[in-house]
Design a protein around this ligand. Sequence first.
Ligand code: ADP
Length: 372
Amino acid sequence: MVGGGQLARMTHEAGIPLGIRFKLLSDTPTDSAAQVVGDVVIGDYRDLDTLRDFARGCDVITFDHEHVPLEHLRALEADGIPVRPGPDALQHAQDKGVMRERLTALGAPCPRHRIVRDVADVVAFAEEGGGFPVILKTVRGGYDGKGVWFVRSAEDAADPFRAGVPVLAEEKVEFVRELAANVVRSPHGQAVAYPVVESRQVDGVCDTVIAPAPDLSAELAGSAQELALRIAHELGVVGHLAVELFETPDGRILVNELAMRPHNSGHWTQDGAVTSQFANHVRAVLDLPLGDPRPRAKWTVMANVLGGDYPDMYSAYLHCMARDPQLKIHMYGKDVKPGRKVGHVNTYGDDLDDVLERASHAAGYLRGTITE
Ligand code: ADP
């Protein structure tokens, strides 16, 4: 696996029961996954020679992030190493402009959008839709809301162009909530769909995920799953695909973006589904039959744990575990810095309000924003 973050750490964990020999290319020896994987190469994934040396002897390559240059992935394929997901699929997760163009061609519902070259272009785009605000996004390199601008006027529109990366303009969608339809597809073309989840963001960062999304009609849930399966099939995705969606007040769904790797909106599956997204990602990448994606509990809630002012979260375990025996804590081994995602908790049960309260209490207590 290329990339040493928490997604690699948890994918490695899912491969252990299968006896999979897992090799990691990590930026530093202290990255989240590098702390726990036995076979670690430290190097820069942007360097082709490093990637080639790393890939030698691997049966298949997969990723914890989407940033490996496409030409490098094509070079590995030419060397005879299976790359999953492959570059033809991955380009849609690397570049929001490519993603929008392809999804529109497939007839997938998207917000109104256009690549813009300068502020005048942005103003024209806004006027066609009845004026500001509009959303501007750098087509590459954004994450957790970085690289996304809510633009209220022409004066605000200059910033995104400074990075020198193409900029995508989108209508500002008045969504009622954000959903994610997560699917896993194998090279054989077998695919499974997890229940559609609701994802709540705070300051552009995923805060809570509720599985399944409360009060979502069976019809809309089914069409979101079908859409995600169709995108996985049409784009030739192998492994886990997260389709981030907006639900509109008139009961439609629009695609926000695609992620082709295990995803934060699927962390609940570790404790809440028969087969986790990580286990199914491993199976898909190895072209093994996929596992049952169905939920184990009526409700599962995942809450991200962000860093607070106290570097030591371990001392909070006693209170959290004693308060909620169903709680599952997943920490990533990262240094605690304010606002940084350092772990998550999952908990489950039959009463959604109770499950939500337990998850958010634990996440807040670990962070130090709740003290009793
Ligand atoms: P990132 O790649 O950083 O995750 P996203 O494209 O997912 O960026 O955008 C981050 C957040 O910004 C979304 O979760 C959503 O809350 C908001 N957002 C993005 N695009 C739109 C849009 N067209 N309309 C309204 N809100 C949006």
